[in-house]
Design a protein around this ligand. Structure first.
Ligand code: SF4
Length: 206
């Protein structure tokens, strides 16, 4: 079995149903949740968005929200002040420029406040099923440990290498599986190496 087969088979065995763990029911809710998730756990974001989207029922209400009120809703997540500004900015721009609909277009998405390459990729994959990869902290760590990328590679280089390595048809699924592997198994501190079937190809097994 090749290393590639070993990795994908194991991820399928561990996490056959890996998926996005951010809660949302509307397109803009997902976009805002992903923007909020930078350097914050999905669990905290879900808590914050539950409060935020209960208080503001639609984009119109969010676009007119007072900054300090939005800050209050999300104040327990990292960088909440700048993110609160982005929440209102995203609502305003979606209404003014995109008819209140999250655009199915990477370049347009990146004109929205707080939306960078990772958020854009997440949104395109989750909302539109487009084959994009979001290279978050878990994806970076696991890819390095498994030798799929080099320690010093930039996030952009990692993204290119991983997109080449992972078959297009399973790119979105594998992205979630690697994130879950990092979140629940191969954690930054104390990974479960004793029970890991990838220890034979891992550079950092304990
Ligand atoms: S051997 Fe340990 S560090 Fe390596 S992939 Fe498995 S759990 Fe992660």
């Amino acid at each position: 079995m090749t290393n590639k087969e070993l990795i994908f088979n194991y991820l399928d065995e561990l996490f056959p149903d890996a998926h996005c763990e951010l809660n949302y029911s509307k397109d803009y809710e997902l976009l805002i949740a992903v923007m909020l998730s930078a350097q914050t756990t999905d669990k905290s974001v879900n808590k914050a968005t539950a409060i935020l989207f209960l208080k503001y029922k639609n984009l119109e209400e969010l676009s007119k929200a007072k900054l300090e009120d939005v800050e209050e809703c999300i104040r327990f997540i990292g960088m909440y002040k700048v993110k609160a500004k982005n929440v209102i900015g995203i609502a305003q721009k979606l209404l003014s420029d995109f008819g209140g609909v999250v655009p199915h277009d990477g370049e347009k998405l990146m004109t929205l406040p707080g939306v960078g390459n990772k958020t854009k990729n997440c949104v395109l994959a989750e909302l539109f099923n487009d084959p994009y990869l979001a290279v978050d902290t878990h994806v970076q760590r696991i890819s390095k440990r498994l030798g799929l990328v080099k320690e010093k590679d930039s996030v952009e280089v990692m993204e290119k290498k991983l997109v080449k390595f992972i078959p297009r048809e399973r790119l979105i699924k594998t992205n979630h599986q690697i994130i879950w592997f990092g979140r629940y198994f191969c954690k930054a501190i104390k990974p479960d190496c004793k029970n890991c079937k990838l220890s034979g190809i891992c550079r950092e097994k304990n």
